[in-house]
Design a protein around this ligand. Structure first.
Ligand SMILES: [Zn+2]
Length: 79
């Protein structure tokens, strides 16, 4: 089992992988419709929106939280 390099989600089922391809290191939520990995900005945007919806933070606070979460993940380590 792998963990998504872009969001940290454990990928247990084949359907959790981008395009159902277990050779990929990122999950279905971090893939674009064409199967490539989303950019840092795209992921930051979607993660910020997710935090706003689930934790009720304002945009600014959510973006800060999203950035620090992403800083822990291998895909964005060098950002
Ligand atoms: Zn992911």
């Amino acid at each position: 089992m792998k963990t998504c390099i872009a969001c940290g989600m454990p990928m247990e089922a084949v359907s959790d992988y981008a395009m159902g391809d277990t050779d990929k290191d990122y999950c279905v939520h971090c893939a674009r419709p064409d199967g490539t990995m989303q950019s840092y900005e795209e992921k930051l945007d979607s993660l910020t929106g997710f935090i706003v919806r689930t934790q009720g933070l304002d945009e600014q606070a959510a973006a800060t939280a999203a950035k620090s979460m992403m800083a822990q993940l291998p895909a964005w380590k060098n950002r």
